[in-house]
Design a protein around this ligand. Structure first.
Ligand code: NAD
Ligand code: TYD
Length: 348
């Protein structure tokens, strides 16, 4: 596959910006078109290092607008889609589910419809990026495989599950050349500080309480975001049409152990006495419908496509903490709302 015009949706977000960077730098014969609405979670400052590359283009827009998507497909002669645009935060989906339903379900349907109408042969890939949260909640034993039944329990995971079903329906019904992947929790640079790891780093730095939902015994399987981007690259180029791949870190942590680990790392980096930051830990009311445990069996992608995570968690956490400590301006910017004002002035 070369000389492609690849539409990456949500490329200004956390994972999307890592995917865009990888593709722009690695595939110079392809054009990468980043389509993003620039919600609170999308930030073009995530991409300043590649924004002037000749094979990169940014288009501001909303996947809720089908006519606009059709126009982009036509103008840019889109050959492939890597679809990451979504509302992504579970807590926000609990307080306001409609935006999740419209962006994640209707937005995905719009993209599928436009791809179906514009693509007249098989020489295309529509790659949908999803989450392991569609599988629901595990007990102490077992893993999610590609065969696990869907059992989403939050508005976020239900909206992602719906979009996954639509993507598969377009494969079976219209033979749209689709691929899917379901990944575990990502961490790394440029993640909006509402998610567990960047929120805790920011709060530790600012001596603010560290809110642990419920007992803190909930388990998540953490993966370095650049390893997710590598997996997306491998699946896009080598994965089978119509197939789903689970992506995970083989790296399960209870929330409380993880937050204690972050406290230790930060005590050392900030020159605080051991145990100082952990005193900020505060148990708070549990999240409604809080899934107990997620854990991915990533055997299929390992055996069929040769992908395995590259980075040890301790090293990844260390790099992540360093990135947030070195990029105070980025955090201040995304939390202050200044950057949203800037975008509405420049891209309205
Ligand atoms: P994010 O919230 O950081 O970024 C989402 C991006 O989508 C933002 O740039 C935002 O501006 C854009 N966007 C939102 N609504 C849009 C719309 N209507 N039109 C166009 N653009 C819009 O999310 P993320 O963590 O980078 O997740 C990216 C994708 O990966 C999502 O589909 C998510 O479900 C999936 N995923 C995330 C994780 C994780 O741990 N973060 C794990 C597995 C899968
Ligand atoms: P989060 O980063 O929101 O990811 P997800 O809900 O998609 O897995 O949360 C990760 C875990 O951390 C989840 O079990 C909820 C918990 N959590 C807290 O205990 N406190 C917090 O302030 C946040 C944001 C999350």
């Amino acid at each position: 596959m070369s000389n492609r015009n690849i539409l990456i949706t949500g490329g200004a977000g956390f994972i999307g910006s890592h995917v865009v960077r990888l593709f722009v730098n690695k595939y110079k014969d392809d054009r990468i078109i980043n389509l993003d609405k620039l919600t609170y979670a999308g930030n073009l400052k995530n991409l300043t290092d590649i924004e002037n590359e000749p094979n990169y283009k940014f288009v501001k827009g909303d996947i809720q607008d089908k006519a606009f998507l059709a126009d982009v497909f036509e103008k840019e002669q889109i050959t492939d889609v890597i679809h990451l645009a979504a509302e992504s935060h579970v807590d926000r989906s609990i307080s306001g589910p409609m935006e999740f339903i419209i962006t994640n379900i209707v937005g995905t349907a719009n993209l599928l419809e436009v791809a179906r109408s514009k693509w007249t042969d098989d020489n295309h890939v529509f790659y949908h990026i999803s989450t392991d949260e569609v599988y629901g909640s595990l007990g102490e034993e077992g893993f999610f495989t590609e065969e696990t039944s869907y059992d989403p329990r939050s508005p976020y995971s239900a909206s992602k599950a719906s979009s996954d079903h639509l993507v598969r329906a377009y494969f079976h019904t219209y033979k749209l050349p689709v691929k899917l992947s379901n990944c575990s929790n990502n961490y790394g640079s440029h993640q909006f500080p509402e998610k567990l790891i960047p929120l805790m780093i920011n709060n530790i730095k600012n001596n603010k309480p560290l809110p642990i939902y419920g007992t803190g015994e909930n388990v998540r399987d953490w993966l370095w975001v650049e390893d997710h981007a590598r997996a997306i690259d491998v699946i896009f180029h080598k994965g089978e049409i119509g197939e789903t791949y689970n992506i995970g870190g083989w790296n399960e942590w209870t929330n409380i152990d993880l937050v204690n680990k972050l406290c230790e790392i930060m005590d050392e980096k900030l020159g605080r006495a051991s145990g100082t930051s952990a005193q900020l830990i505060t148990y708070v009311k549990d999240r409604a419908g809080h899934d107990m445990r997620y854990a991915i069996d990533a055997t299929k992608i390992k055996n069929e496509l040769g992908w395995v995570p590259s980075l040890e968690f301790e090293e990844g956490l260390d790099k992540t903490v360093d990135w947030y400590l070195d990029n105070e301006e980025w955090i201040n910017n995304v939390t202050s709302g200044d950057y949203q004002k800037y975008y509405s002035e420049h891209y309205s």
